[in-house]
Design a protein around this ligand. Structure first.
Ligand code: FES
Ligand code: FES
Length: 224
């Protein structure tokens, strides 16, 4: 019994000794830690500075240019099929002119002057206030699709005969608007003609001759 008690005491002493050793080791480690802390603070400061300068550089670097996405569209102009690609923001006026249909005139780009008038599926619209992507699968007629030099449409003939063409800038749009009017109303009164071309401005102020020409074209077409 006595021997056992002595053995237990020895074990307890050994445990105590081991525990105190551990404490000593921890203490010495704790003594060393301020230095360690100093190092980690420095590293953290360096990291923060690095991050800040990276963020600054990022702010200064201009964003890389991303070209606008283009959409594939197909439509017809004066009976000919056109296949092209266009960004969503390009106006129909720019699209047509870029494709070579320069008979569609650019006057105001705001839907005010009518110089860019075209027929879209037979309806007169201002190409400058429509988007190119909107004509996918549709039919466009410009002044060149109404008649040819060899075979003029009665409206074109009468514009020439009545002097309805002065500088000629408004003429493509005027003729397209007149075509839409006569398609819809083959025998318009002078007042109806004025309303029909109300969206088309002529800077040469030759409205009387233009109205005469449309009236004459209507009567010629009625007799055909
Ligand atoms: S250019 Fe289209 S209305 Fe003037
Ligand atoms: S003929 Fe010149 S703008 Fe009309």
């Amino acid at each position: 019994m006595l021997r056992m008690a002595a053995a237990t005491r020895t074990k307890a002493k050994a445990k105590k000794k081991a525990a105190s050793k551990k404490k000593t080791v921890r203490k010495s480690a704790a003594k060393k830690s301020p230095a360690k802390k100093k190092v980690s603070k420095k590293t953290a400061a360096k990291k923060t500075a690095k991050k800040k300068s990276a963020a600054k550089a990022k702010r200064k670097t201009p964003a890389l240019y991303t070209p606008p996405r283009k959409y594939s569209i197909a439509f017809s102009v004066n009976g000919a099929r056109v296949e092209t690609e266009t960004p969503a923001h390009t106006s129909l006026l720019y699209l047509l002119r870029d494709l070579g249909f320069t008979e569609v005139k650019n006057g105001c780009e705001a839907g005010d002057c009518g110089a860019c008038t075209i027929l879209l599926d037979g309806v007169a619209i201002n190409a400058c206030v429509a988007l190119g992507v909107q004509v996918d699968g549709r039919e466009i007629t410009t002044v060149k699709g109404i008649g040819t030099v060899e075979n003029l449409h009665p409206i074109q003939k009468k514009f020439i005969e009545h002097g309805g063409i002065q500088c000629g800038f408004c003429t493509p749009g005027m003729i397209v608007a007149a075509k839409a009017l006569l398609d819809d109303n083959p025998s318009p009164s002078r007042e109806e003609i004025k309303v029909g071309i109300a969206g088309n401005l002529c800077r040469c102020t030759g409205y009387v001759k233009i109205i005469d020409a449309i009236e004459a074209a209507a009567s010629e077409m009625a007799s055909m």
